[in-house]
Ligand binder design. Sequence first.
Ligand code: ATP
Length: 261
Amino acid sequence: MVNVLRLSGVSYVRDRRPILDGVDWAVEDSERWVVLGPNGAGKTTLLKLATANDYPTSGTVDVLDKRLGRVDIFELRNRIGFVSSATGRRIPASERVRDLVLTAAYSVEGRWNEHYDDVDVRQAERILAEWDLADFADHSYGTLSDGERKRALIARAVMTDPELLLLDEPSASLDLGARERLLQMLSGFARSPYSPAMVMVTHHVEEVPPGFTHVLMLRDGRVQAAGPIAETLTAENLEATFGMPFNLTVSDGRYAAVAKP
Ligand SMILES: Nc1ncnc2c1ncn2[C@@H]1O[C@H](COP(=O)(O)OP(=O)(O)OP(=O)(O)O)[C@@H](O)[C@H]1O
């Protein structure tokens, strides 16, 4: 087992307010983590550190065995796949889906070269099929539905064979069918031993894909609970994290939570 991410005593303070407060957390290469917590808990801030897009105020962050602050972050970022609504906003509407995926191999957005290596073209075709995008390969990004866009962004993120894949609320704004389709794909991807370590931020236990192994629960910038999902994703920990009591059920690996009457 290899640590892909390790936060030790991490605090992140802005305007004298601790947004993350004494966070200790480690992700190993075979693990798939869900990060759960209410609005403002610090989930996106945590991803900013994990993607080497910011630095902690105190404590240490090691990403892929490199200590933030002592490493070339551009080299590090090439080894990390990241999907968020902000990454989606940077994609030109006219970009063809095939090029969106293919150009990831060259770390560019927008088609820039008429000649790609065969190995990259084959890899892109395989990934497009894997994420159910083969029929959309010649469509432009701007014409895709929200669900298709999310799958296209994930396909782009995995094109470079990242060692760590971070997803910030991938199923937010999707309709029920699109959400379920995406969760099935994420579940299959999470279960593959060839997939990288994964971290997915979500607000809803219903969006936890079966196959994810661990959960980190954050409240007010502090770790409320962290560990294997079966033992850690409990009604007690949900209440401690979201500040209200829930009835929690699990069926076929899918969780559902409703407030206690
Ligand atoms: N650079 C910053 N300066 C000041 N406040 C910040 C900064 N970054 C984040 N915050 C604040 O820190 C808190 C945590 O933000 P963050 O986006 O990490 O939470 P989150 O758990 O992702 O929330 P949500 O679920 O609503 O997306 C919020 O109250 C936010 O306003």
